[in-house]
Design a protein around this ligand. Sequence first.
Ligand code: SF4
Length: 302
Amino acid sequence: MNIQASIRALKAERNAAILAHNYQTMDVQEVGDHVGDSLYLARVASRLEEKVILLAGVRFMAETASVLCPEKTIIIPDLEAGCSLAGMIKSREIRAWKDKHSDGGGVAYVNTTAEVKAESDICCTSANACQVVSSLPENARILFVPDYSLGLYVQRKTGRKLDLWPGFCHVHADITGDVIREQKRLHPEARVLMHPECGCMSDSMDLADEVLSTSGMLKACERSTDKEFIIATENGMVEQLRAAHPDKVFHPVGEWAVCEYMKLHNLEKILSSLKNLEFVVKVPGDIAERARRPIERMLALS
Ligand code: SF4
């Protein structure tokens, strides 16, 4: 039996579901029961029937699943799968801002720890950040954490003034205006699809033809008659798009656009994780209780 078949057999035996993020390698995505972005995976986790959820993604995603499904066992194949962006804001920093602005509200990108979510009023993902901010009262003072580029983009799209936290993802921050201009020079016919975490948001947002979440990129390529794209995000997305659309051409922004945290998972570790039911991610009850509300508030927005 090959390793993918072993994983599928063990998954059934364990009554487990595998949720895989779009940035995973294709062999990992192939064993996923559900593959998508953070918003999609959070929605799926909240309604799964299986008793065990294996998260092939980073730790904050496993925490979100733990918060939404406290009765289930949440496992992650490698505990070192963190997120540089999630590490850039602490719960005490949100509390300090709220102490100064007692009438203000905090919007936490899902790329945050459960402790930070617990101090926030509502969560968002890159797919719904504009919708989330627009849903808040017009005169409310809003702290947006932790991604500065996404916050800038949301500010521009919604016309709302936000207090922006200066956090960044180390992969997307390197996707600067110069990187995109060079890719456009090399591939003048290509359509530019850009993730809003990209560093070039503070240079020029007009370099992108569309600014999209990873799931948004998949849909855009499905509906587009264009044949050539520059994909400004982590390269796992390029792999997935190439597999889905062999008739189209996808250019990464550079071979370097790789999240080493996402890529810590592989088939061997997934098999071992299912065998040993490790590594368990369990958010403590009181934090989970407080973090659930902002996540559910986000999920309630269609
Ligand atoms: S690509 Fe960036 S934001 Fe996404 S998991 Fe990796 S470090 Fe975090």
